[in-house]
Every structure is written in C-alpha cells, then in structure tokens.
Write a protein that binds this ligand. Structure first.
Ligand SMILES: Nc1ncnc2c1ncn2[C@@H]1O[C@H](COP(=O)(O)OP(=O)(O)OP(=O)(O)O)[C@@H](O)[C@H]1O
Length: 223
C-alpha cells in the first residue's frame, strides 16, 4: 500500500523559535485511520498543518499525496489542497458567508456547478445534523455547531486525505458519535485516509487504527 503521508527526518520550526518537530519519521498508508496525540504544546497542530503545506519544512523530507512539500510552488500547493480536507482547531469558517456557502467552498474552488454544489452541501449538512441552519452565518452558531459545519466543509469535495484537529473537542457525546461515525464511513465507503489530532482517543471505536504520540519533538508509534 502506498504512503499518502511520508515524513523523513522532518524538522519543523517557526521563524526565530525553537524546533517543534525534531527528525520526525512517519508513514501513513492510504485508507488508514491514524491518531496523533501529545501534551498541549507538543506540536500536534503544527505537524498537521505541515501536511497541508501551511508550515514550511525546515529540513528533512515531507511528501503528501505523492507531492513533495519541500519546495512546492503555490500552484502545486493549490492543486494538492484540492485533494485534502482539513478541520482547523479554530474551524476558520468564513463569517461573511452562510453555512451552506461555507460547505460549498471546496466545490466552488474546484469549479463544480452551482446546482451540484448545493446538492452536495445539503447532503453533508444532513449528515452533521445542520440542515436547519443552512442559511445562518457562523457567528450565529455555537462552537459545536461551527465544528460540525467545518466537518461538512472538510468532506464536501470527497478528499483523499482528511486532516482533523480535535474534531470533537467542542461536542457533546451525541454529536461526537455522529462525527466519529461520519469519519469511519468516509474511510470505509469513500476510501478517505483519516488523520486525527486529539487529546483523547475514544474508547468505543470499532475500527483498527494506528497511534502516534509526539514527545519532546519526536514522533513515536504506540503499539
Ligand atoms: N504561529 C506560531 N508562531 C510561533 N510559535 C508557535 C506558533 N504556533 C504555535 N507555536 C508554538 O509551537 C508549539 C506547538 O504548538 P501546537 O499548536 O502545534 O501544539 P499542540 O500540540 O497542537 O497543542 P494543543 O494540544 O494545546 O492544541 C507551542 O509551543 C506553540 O506555542
């Protein structure tokens, strides 16, 4: 099975700051479900964002969806991002756009027709129990509702790779269960590879997964 994420001796650091990830090695295979854990401030979000090309590679190698992120042009990065869905820790919804239009964003970028965008957004909003808020704006929603919209948007374009930063951090048990089911279905029926950054791996997941933990800048696989 091919690696959808491959990191070799990866070093990540913010400008003029200490190194966050030191010589990180990681392979995520297509269609795997992977958790990344670690203490607060250990570098989980930083690592996830590097997979999206948002944090530059300081040294080492990083390949995502067979694309090298070492020296990537903006054009290549835009193309790569069309194959990735991401849920950021602070969601990053567009406050001036309705919920429906936020979910349509990745499809608009892909040039999908308006009617197909609307159909897909309606389907995803139903999956996350947010159909009744399609015409609302992000600032009219609770944190948990925004999180569910972010999930719908991340899945709208059927990405090969889904990157999730604490995807259930703001949700009650009922809504969390919906999100975990959705992630498992995406993996099972659409072949999506799922990478989840979290503090807590749910106990009741009925799937096999791999677990990496970040400690002192190293990425260690936990068996
Ligand atoms: N834009 C930035 N500029 C400089 N340093 C940053 C920036 N973003 C994060 N950091 C630092 O990088 C380190 C890792 O942060 P990161 O957000 O990746 O941790 P995390 O493991 O996701 O934490 P948490 O579990 O609290 O979300 C922290 O020390 C943080 O202060």
């Amino acid at each position: 099975m091919q690696s959808i994420i491959k990191a070799r001796n990866l070093i990540l650091a913010y400008e003029n700051e200490d190194v966050i990830i030191k010589n990180g090695n990681l392979d995520v295979k297509t269609n795997e479900f992977v958790f990344i854990t670690g203490k607060s401030g250990s570098g989980k979000s930083t690592l996830l964002k590097s997979f999206y090309g948002e944090i530059p590679v300081r040294a080492g190698e990083l390949n995502v969806c067979l694309t090298s992120l070492n020296k990537i042009s903006q054009n290549e990065l835009d193309k790569l991002r069309q194959r990735i869905g991401i849920i950021f820790q602070n969601y990053r919804l567009i406050n001036e756009w309705s919920v429906e239009k936020n979910v349509m964003l990745p499809l608009i970028i892909k040039g999908i027709s308006r009617s197909n965008c609307e159909k897909q957004a309606a389907k995803l909003l139903k999956h996350v129990n947010m159909s009744h808020k399609a015409d609302k704006f992000p600032l009219e929603l609770s944190g948990g509702e925004q999180q569910r919209v972010a999930m719908a948007r991340a899945l709208a374009h059927n990405p090969n790779l889904l990157l999730c930063d604490e995807p259930t951090g703001n949700l009650d048990e009922y809504s969390s269960d919906i999100i975990w089911s959705l992630l498992m279905s995406a993996r099972e029926y659409l072949g999506t590879t799922i990478v989840v950054v979290t503090h807590h791996i749910p106990m009741n997941l009925r799937i096999s997964y791999r677990h990496f933990a970040i400690e002192n800048g190293a990425i260690n696989e936990i068996n």
